[in-house]
Design a protein around this ligand. Sequence first.
Ligand SMILES: Nc1ncnc2c1ncn2[C@@H]1O[C@H](COP(=O)(O)OP(=O)(O)OP(=O)(O)O)[C@@H](O)[C@H]1O
Length: 374
Amino acid sequence: MPPKAIGPYRVLETLGSGGAGTVYRALDRRTNDEVALKLLSTGPSLDDRAARRLVREFETLADLSHPNVVKVFEAGVHEGWPYLAMEFIEGLTLRHYLDVSLGGGPPTPPPRGPLSIRRTEDDDFGSVDGPDEDPYDDSAVDDDDDGTFGLNAFAEEAPSEDLASFHGGAGDDSDSDDVPLDPRREPARKASATAHPTAPPRLADLNRPERMGRLKDALLQVCEALAYIHGHGLVHRDLKPSNIMVDDDRQVRLMDFGLAKFLADDEGITGDGKLVGTYRYMAPEQILGEPLDGRSDLYSLGVILYELMSGRPPFDAKTPHELWRQVLETEAPPLLALNLHGDPQLARVAHRLIRKEPDDRFQTAEEVYEALSE
Ligand SMILES: Nc1ncnc2c1ncn2[C@@H]1O[C@H](COP(=O)(O)OP(=O)(O)OP(=O)(O)O)[C@@H](O)[C@H]1O
């Protein structure tokens, strides 16, 4: 049963749950406006200091204003648990938007013009997301004594979940392939979630021109959002298909921006570790606990593009350590070997985005936008 009220909001229904908490549709009793309310369920209740920091950080986020970045209205604390009130979006996550099982769908959107980075009067936004200086804390992410990994939630990172949907199976309407922001907090789920589908995806479905048009248009909008937040010195850190929503007008919104940093920074919340993000989409430098910049988000964008074009992620493993080894040491299979009739230009973009060295990738979201537009 969802709570009836959270702070000044009346809860109407549960929209879904992820690794970091539960999202409700709610009504602001002060204004009668509809909002999406994310109640974090991470770790113990906030102490006063952490609560103050939450509010401070999200006040800063509330200053952001871009049509492709979800609007955050306010942050607060409800019975010791932090919550965020944000714009309610009627739409689908990117994965479901591009799920071939959706059928024909509306016509291909018109091509987008040159990248317009929409800056606002709030451009003096001051907070710079500095390098993540926390060294990789192996103890926090290492195997448990019994060798089962303390990361039960990894079990829900179905390596090739997309394939399942391409086979029309499961009817799974969750985005459960995504390891939550702080996997240590999640209960284990059924091991079946890790099963590797065996049959290949229906490539004809993946390559349908209408679907490819939607994919390209959505990614261009993600580039606009990334150019905007990177332009403010900020890094998303947890870019993945379930953090990208597409509304009924095909307008994309980047979600959960800032949350990964908040969770990573707060000892009181993450408790025993700092590796916060979604493994499948994490850049090598994020796995290594090195300083991050916008190019780490571009890596995640490359994983998303690779997955959505080929029906499988570039790296696929049963354990976090094996996944990390692959991400750090091996090359992803050529996308066009998996999808012979995939768009060669998009495949080139994907491969360049997932290069190990940030210097070898596209350097900015604007560059990716240009390459996607070619
Ligand atoms: N602003 C919003 N408007 C409408 N629906 C939303 C909004 N934010 C989230 N949702 C819905 O709530 C679901 C759960 O969101 P949540 O962010 O908790 O999950 P997630 O992104 O899958 O997981 P994680 O916490 O690991 O990022 C989403 O899949 C989405 O359908």
